[in-house]
Write a protein that binds this ligand. Structure first.
Ligand SMILES: [Zn+2]
Length: 159
């Protein structure tokens, strides 16, 4: 599931809003800054964000797309709720403009240059089957090699 490309949401209906509510609950329970639908077993293009701790707004992004990036490329350590215990440095653009639908099906666009922009990029990667272990610095990838191998075994062999 985590390696599949998620499909666009056709219409923002009650079922979508229910899934979004479930995702917020899961994100809060796991104390994450964001969560993508494939992480809860749903292969659709939705993610949620929110943590007061680092000024990431509580919001759902349906059919999100990054429409512009800018600023420097910056290394920052990331973790992932789907890869327990694994953390590593990932390099991403600092400034991102994202466009998505909200839970009422209305399009919005936002530009950030802070931790929220980092979370958007991490969660959007999940919708394309990309994980932080694919983007980590080579030295971090080596460092977490054993843990990744153990996770793959636990998941049944092919990750
Ligand atoms: Zn993640």
């Amino acid at each position: 599931m985590l390696r599949r490309k998620a499909q666009p949401v056709r219409s923002v209906d009650a079922a979508v809003r229910e899934l979004v509510a479930d995702m917020f609950r899961t994100m809060d329970l796991e104390e994450g800054a964001g969560l993508a639908a494939p992480q809860v077993g749903e292969p659709v293009r939705i993610f949620v964000t929110g943590t007061g701790e680092r000024d990431v707004p509580r919001r759902a992004f349906i059919n999100p797309a990054i429409v512009d990036v800018g600023g420097e490329l910056e290394w920052m350590e990331e973790g992932c709720l789907s890869l327990p215990g694994i953390r590593g440095s990932v390099r991403r653009p600092v400034t991102v403009t994202i466009r998505a639908l909200d839970v009422d099906g209305r399009e919005f666009e936002e530009t950030r240059s802070d931790f929220a922009a980092r979370v958007w990029q991490h969660e959007l990667d999940h919708l394309d089957g990309i994980l932080i272990i694919d983007k980590m610095s080579p030295i971090d990838r080596l460092r977490v090699r054993r843990q990744v191998k153990d996770l793959k075994l636990a998941a049944g062999g092919d990750g």
